[in-house]
Write a protein that binds this ligand. Structure first.
Ligand code: FAD
Ligand code: NAP
Length: 337
C-alpha cells in the first residue's frame, strides 16, 4: 500500500476545484481497500472514497485519507434463459461498462449511457436518466461493512433504493462498495418514454430502434445539452427535482401555467428543478467564475479557477431565490465535503 501525502484533488473532481488530501491512496483489490480503511482507523483519521469525482464538491481540504477506487474486472457470474448476471469491479468506468453490455446485446443500461463516474458509485445515488434507474438492473451489491469489518452482500431490497438515493447515500461510509452484480435482459425491453429520445430517433429516421440506436441517441442528446467536464468543470445536475403535493402543484400551476412537472402518484408531483431555476432568472447567470449553464440551468459550472466555496455559495443563492419565488425547497444532489 502506497500512501501519499498532501495530494491535490483538483484533477480528481469534475468541478476541478482545488482541495488537498492529507493522505491519498489508490486501491486495486478489495484486500488493499480493507488495508487502507484499517490504516485510517488505526491512525484515528477519517477516510473518503472517490471514484470519478463527478458527483463531489470539495469546499475545503480533506484532513483524512482519500481512497481512490480502482478495483477492476467484469465477469459473467450467472445466466438464465432470459437474463445474464455480470459481476463488475467498483472501479470500472461506468460508460465503458455500458458500452460493453451493448456490444453483447444485453439490455437495461442503454438509457444510462455517457454518465460519468465509476460502477461502484452508481448505486450510491441510484443513478438515473431518461426514465431508467440503475436499481432496475442491480441484483446484488458487494460491500465492506466498516463497523463489523466484514465483507457483506446486499440484495436489491437491502439497498433501499429511492429517487437519487440509497442506503449508501443515507448512511455514508458505513458500506464501501467493491463490486456490483447486474441482472441484464437477453431480450431487451427498450424504454423510449422520454420525448428527447424519441425526437432524436425520429431525426435519424430510426423507426425500429435497437439497443445501440437508443444508446447513441442518448449520447447525442447529452453531448448537445450537457457540458463536457473535461472542458468545463461541473457535476451534472446540482439539485434533485423536488417532489411536491398535488395541492401545491395546482397552486403553482395557477400562477405559472408553463411549469414543467410530472405526476408521481395520486398526490405527488415531480417538478423540473431546471425549470424553477431558469424561471427564477439564473440560467446563464455568472457570479465571478461560477455560473448556471446556459443550455441547462440545473447544471452549475466552474468557468475558471472557482473554489468549492464559491460553487457552494452560488448554489445557496439559487436555493434562497427559488424558495422566495415559488415556496419550493431545493435539495442538493451533489455530495458536498
Ligand atoms: P464520486 O463523485 O467519486 O463519488 C460520489 C459519492 O459516492 C461520494 O460521496 C463518494 O464518497 C461515494 N462513493 C464513490 N464510490 C464509492 C464506493 N465504491 N463505495 C462507497 N461510496 C462510494 N448522475 C445521474 O444519476 N444521472 C445522470 O444522468 C448524470 N449525468 C451526469 C452528467 C455529467 C456531465 C456529470 C458531471 C455528472 C452526472 N451525474 C449523473 C452525476 C455522476 O456522474 C454520478 O452520480 C456518478 O455515479 C458518480 O460517480 P463517481 O465515480 O464520479 O462518484
Ligand atoms: P429534460 O429532458 O430537459 O427534462 C427535464 C426534467 O423533466 C428531467 O429532470 C426529468 O426528470 C423530467 N422529465 C422529462 N421527461 C419526463 C418524462 N417523460 N417522465 C418523467 N419525467 C420527465 O432533462 P435533462 O436535463 O436534459 O436530462 C435528461 C435526463 O438525464 C434526465 O433523466 C436527467 O435526470 C438525466 N441527467 C441527470 C444528471 C445528473 O447529474 N443527475 C445530469 C444530466 C442529465 P428526471 O431527472 O427525474 O428524469
Amino acid at each position: 500500500m502506497q500512501i501519499q501525502e498532501n495530494i491535490s484533488l483538483k484533477k480528481l473532481n469534475s468541478f476541478q476545484c482545488e482541495a488537498k488530501a492529507s493522505y491519498f491512496v489508490i486501491v486495486q483489490t478489495k484486500e488493499a481497500l480493507i488495508e487502507a480503511i484499517e490504516w485510517a482507523n488505526a491512525k484515528g483519521i477519517t477516510f473518503l472514497i472517490i471514484g470519478g469525482g463527478s458527483n463531489i464538491l470539495f469546499t475545503q481540504d480533506v484532513s483524512g485519507l482519500v481512497i481512490k477506487m480502482e478495483i477492476k474486472g467484469i465477469h459473467k457470474s450467472n445466466e438464465t434463459s432470459s437474463a445474464v448476471f455480470l459481476t463488475v469491479g467498483a472501479g470500472e468506468n461506468w460508460h465503458h461498462f455500458v458500452q460493453y453490455t451493448i456490444q453483447k446485446s444485453w439490455g437495461g443500461l442503454e438509457n444510462l449511457s455517457l454518465i460519468p463516474g465509476t460502477v461502484g458509485a452508481a448505486p450510491i445515488q441510484n443513478i438515473g436518466a431518461y426514465g431508467v434507474e440503475i436499481k432496475d438492473c442491480i441484483d446484488t451489491v458487494y460491500a465492506y461493512e466498516v463497523i463489523s469489518k466484514k465483507l457483506i452482500e446486499l440484495d436489491n431490497a437491502a439497498c433501499q433504493f429511492d429517487y437519487r438515493n440509497s442506503i449508501f447515500k443515507k448512511e455514508k461510509n458505513k458500506y464501501i462498495i467493491y463490486a456490483v452484480q447486474f441482472k441484464l435482459q437477453k431480450q431487451p425491453h427498450l424504454n423510449i418514454s422520454y420525448g428527447a429520445i424519441r425526437e432524436q430517433l425520429y431525426k435519424q429516421h430510426i423507426t425500429n430502434p435497437n439497443l445501440e440506436n437508443v444508446s447513441q441517441a442518448v449520447v447525442a442528446i447529452r453531448r448537445e445539452k450537457l457540458p463536457d467536464p473535461s472542458l468545463l468543470g461541473n457535476a451534472g445536475s446540482f439539485f434533485k427535482n423536488p417532489m411536491i403535493t398535488k395541492a401545491q402543484y395546482v397552486e403553482l400551476l395557477t400562477n405559472y401555467p408553463n411549469i414543467v412537472a410530472y405526476p408521481i402518484s395520486d398526490d405527488s408531483y415531480k417538478i423540473a428543478a431546471g425549470w424553477l431555476i431558469e424561471a427564477a432568472g439564473w440560467k446563464g447567470k455568472k457570479i465571478g467564475p461560477i455560473g448556471s449553464y446556459d443550455k441547462q440551468a440545473l447544471v452549475i459550472v466552474n468557468y475558471g479557477n472557482g473554489t468549492g466555496k464559491e460553487v457552494y455559495n452560488y448554489s445557496e443563492s439559487i436555493i434562497q431565490s427559488v424558495q422566495e419565488k415559488f415556496g419550493v425547497q431545493l435539495e442538493r444532489e451533489v455530495n458536498v465535503y
